[in-house]
Design a protein around this ligand. Structure first.
Ligand code: ASP
Ligand code: MG
Length: 426
């Protein structure tokens, strides 16, 4: 069995959905579990619906949601022709989408009484429910028999909305009991990534870009022979080509390297994806849906040598300097208090460095969290903040690369291991 994950860009137009269908067709006879993201920028559009709803702008929320509805309904119209011999078939397809619309609209008519993250998950989850329904309906229409599954019946999570934590035992049992048997009748099973549900049937999400991780959960439990992520790039690259035009394709990577890249902020693959695959030694392929002939990148347990410098640039960084108030050393107690604050605020420093009486932390500039942290930390430290910094990480660095990328910048903080250099720059 294989697991495929198609990202939002692979299905953002009728043409792309057809293309994705052709890729799936080319694997005729194989058993494949397919995870599909929301179409194009649907998740972002749904986030706007949530914002409007939560701000009490109900009419705006409904209006914004209307656009999401229309784009999906019109895609459905182009994808499947109304068959005069089977008008009920079309109606059934339309109804499947409409059920999800109704789920959201019901909620939008209420007033928000719970926390933002709860509503976020109830609304945003419909992006993948809609996209997977469209693809499933289309494939059945063109003769690729498949089974669509609402993943909320399978993937159980806690109620940490927007960053829900998987209940592995329950999910594993469900996959074995409800998904595995489907493959005796169907070659293709289609379901959603990124979403799950609590034991109270509330929808949850696993964090942005979480579909890669969902696919890995299924690959692990189903003991898949491989997982493939279909993207719009030819391979994993050594840097973001928009920022670094000389970025190179990398055709083989180790799990370890990818975990490191994701940790430092490379937008390659969702950071949680690798563990479930590594644990069962399942290779991960990254392939291009625009050119499925290309081999793409293979990620496995084999160490890869002679990698080019891998560059990650994180903008909008904050440097927080925490100094002891009375010139005493920053020892265990204030350190552990600080770590408790990080955990409570759910923020993680991208880089930190200890001195005798002060501590430096580089953090993403999430304004609300930074304010909370500064306020909490000011109970035990003097707090100073500098904003608008950039954090450069280079793995497999060379002196030339460091020089090239730091030229003309002021270095505020630097850390180096044998493999990785991190430079915070002004
Ligand atoms: N649709 C979600 C997002 O855009 C999840 C995903 O694509 O992985 O973040
Ligand atoms: Mg995506």
């Amino acid at each position: 069995m294989k697991v495929f994950k198609f990202g939002g860009a692979s299905i953002n137009t009728v043409e792309r959905i057809t293309n994705t269908g052709n890729i799936i067709k080319s694997f005729k006879g194989e058993k494949i579990l397919i995870i599909i993201s929301a179409m194009g920028k649907t998740t972002n559009a749904l986030e706007k619906v949530v914002d409007a709803f939560f701000a009490g702008r109900k009419e705006d929320a409904l209006q914004l949601f209307e656009q999401v509805k229309e784009s999906h309904l019109s895609t459905l119209k182009y994808l499947i022709t109304v068959n005069p011999k089977d008008p009920a078939g079309w109606q059934q397809a339309e109804n499947q989408l409409k059920d999800f619309f109704t789920e959201v609209e019901w909620l939008l008519h209420d007033k928000p009484v719970r926390e933002y993250d709860y509503y976020y998950d109830q609304i945003v989850c419909c992006g993948e429910l809609l996209s997977t329904s469209l693809v499933s309906i289309y494939l059945n229409e063109v003769g690729v028999k498949n089974k669509w599954v609402d993943v909320r019946d399978i993937v159980r999570t806690d109620d940490n909305f927007r960053d829900a934590y998987i209940n592995w035992n329950y999910t594993q049992q469900k996959v074995k009991a409800d998904i595995e048997p489907l493959f005796t009748e169907f070659d293709i099973v289609i379901t959603q990534g990124f979403i799950g549900a609590t034991d109270e049937n509330e929808s949850t999400t696993l964090g942005r870009e979480g579909s890669d991780f969902s696919a890995a959960i299924f690959a692990n439990i189903l003991d898949a022979e491989s997982q493939t992520i279909w993207k719009d790039v030819e391979a994993v690259m050594s840097a973001d080509p928009k920022e670094f035009p000389d970025a190179e394709n990398i055709y083989a990577l180790s799990y370890r390297e990818v975990v490191e890249m994701a940790y430092y902020g490379a937008q390659v693959i969702h950071p949680k994806t690798i563990k479930p695959l590594e644990n069962k030694n399942i290779p991960l392929h990254v392939r291009c849906f625009l050119n499925p002939e290309l081999p793409g990148t293979i990620i496995s347990n084999k160490p890869v040598h002679n990698l080019p410098p891998v560059i990650v640039l994180k903008k909008d960084q904050v440097l927080m300097e925490l100094s002891s108030k009375d010139f005493s050393f920053v020892e265990e107690k204030p350190m552990s208090q600080l770590h408790e604050m990080f955990a409570a605020i759910k923020i993680r420093p991208n880089l930190s460095q200890n001195g005798a009486i002060s501590l430096l932390c580089c953090l993403d500039d999430k304004a609300e969290k930074i304010e909370k942290l500064a306020l909490a930390a000011s109970g035990i430290f003097d707090v100073q903040i500098e904003k608008n910094l950039t954090l450069l990480t280079i793995r497999h660095y060379t002196p030339e690369k460091i020089q090239e990328l730091t030229k003309g910048k002021t270095i505020v903080l630097e850390q180096k291991t044998t493999e990785t250099i991190q430079v915070l720059m002004r």
